[in-house]
Design a protein around this ligand. Structure first.
Ligand SMILES: Cc1ncc(COP(=O)(O)O)c(C=O)c1O
Length: 379
């Protein structure tokens, strides 16, 4: 054993690394294709990017240009001084956007930071986290980092949550945290509000991850004030096209949020991310117009995929679709699409190893994906 291995926490030394998607500039070099010719449909990002106002707000931070009205409080030394650790203006605007008081809002460097923050607040080694796979991999991964015991309550063949099995598992295993992505990633299906309310009656924290809520509509944010054991996680990565800036927020009851404030890193959100988020909230109509385009594409692509004999497509309330390859290998399909410059996500996981997930791109990108897929599975 090396010195480093002797010194490390044994569970960290043994931990398997998380596999994020490869950066586009690296893939571009691998494929020998310019970045513009690669269709990045593998990480549920926005094909349209940020609102022009958000881009202009960041641009102006460099100095020499007037700051946009939505971020004028940053003048005049925005980049040279530490950002607001309490995100005062951003929480005010988020209060308008969510309908929740600013006192129940905490902002984060992507919603991923909040998953980690909740675990730091609740999990001691050996404590239980309830996970409902297939779902977003960060819950189990981050649980591993905190030496949690992950208890899985798998979804059924249509990826629906087995609510009764979750109730039973809460009584048996007494988890500290139950994670529910709504709509779920990578399967795209929603969870009825009544089911969430039922789970909120259980003696556990219920973390409802609403990363894709703008594409789905239904939210449980309005329940946060009545339910201290509800945490609602949100992000600007998907609907607002700001995945690269890392900006998210959570809605929490007063009884919980005071403890999260104590443990968050003081300057967890940089100036550019705060400026871009504020400018996005001043441009919601534009961004929601883009969201509507993505939803229309999702429905168009879904209808086309339904006509292909070689795949089964699952209905989705998010900005992606999950397909099951019926008579070809999903891994092969992913690699064949990759060679054509089309990046999709393949999960080497139980229940998903014959599936690929495709994020909705622009209409032209989606057409290219459909043509390539059709040739590969039904050609
Ligand atoms: C369900 C879910 N939650 C959270 C995230 C992470 O979002 P962020 O970029 O805000 O960390 C993702 C990203 O793919 C997601 O799918």
């Amino acid at each position: 054993m090396t010195l480093i291995e002797q010194l490390l926490r044994p569970d960290i030394a043994a931990l398997e690394a998380y596999t994020p998607v490869a950066p586009i500039e690296v893939l571009s070099a691998q494929l020998g294709l310019p970045v513009e010719q690669i269709m990045k449909l593998d990480a549920n990002e926005s094909p349209y990017g940020p609102s022009p106002r958000a881009a202009a707000a960041i641009d102006a931070l460099g100095g020499g240009k007037p700051l946009a009205e939505s971020v004028q409080f940053l003048e005049p030394l925005a980049l040279a001084i530490y950002p607001d650790p309490t995100h005062t203006f951003l929480r005010e605007r988020l209060s308008n956007y969510t309908g929740q008081p600013a006192e129940r809002i905490l902002c984060s460097s992507g919603s991923g930071e909040l998953i980690d923050l909740l675990m730091r607040a609740f999990i001691q080694p050996g404590d239980v986290i309830l996970d409902c796979p297939p779902t977003f991999g960060m819950y189990a991964f981050d649980g591993g980092l905190h030496a949690a015991r992950i208890v899985n309550v798998p979804r059924d063949a249509a990826f629906e949550l087995d609510v009764e099995a979750v109730v039973a598992a809460v009584h048996t295993h007494r988890p500290k945290l139950l994670f529910l992505a709504v709509p779920n990633n990578p399967t795209g299906n929603p969870l009825p509000r009544a089911a969430i309310e039922r789970l909120l009656d259980l003696p556990t924290m219920v973390v409802v991850d609403e990363a894709y809520v703008e594409f789905a509509g239904a939210t449980v944010a309005d329940l946060v004030g009545q339910r201290p054991n509800l945490a609602v996680l949100r992000t600007f990565s998907k609907w607002a096209g700001l995945a690269g800036l890392r900006i998210g927020y959570g809605l929490f009851h007063e009884a919980l949020i005071q403890h999260l404030w104590k443990i968050k890193q003081p300057y967890n959100i940089n100036v550019a991310a705060q400026a871009a988020a504020l400018a996005s909230l001043a441009d919601v109509d534009y961004l929601m117009g883009r969201v509507q385009e993505v939803i229309a594409e999702r429905e168009r692509v879904y209808a086309r995929l339904r006509t292909l004999a070689g795949v089964h497509v699952y209905p989705s309330q998010a900005n992606f679709l999950l397909l099951r390859a019926l008579n070809s290998s999903a891994l092969q399909l992913k690699n064949d699409l990759y060679r054509r410059g089309i990046l999709v996500r393949y999960f080497n996981k139980p229940g998903l190893d014959d599936c690929i997930r495709v994020s909705m791109g622009t209409p032209a990108q989606n057409d290219a994906f459909l043509a390539a897929l059709e040739a590969l599975v039904d050609g």
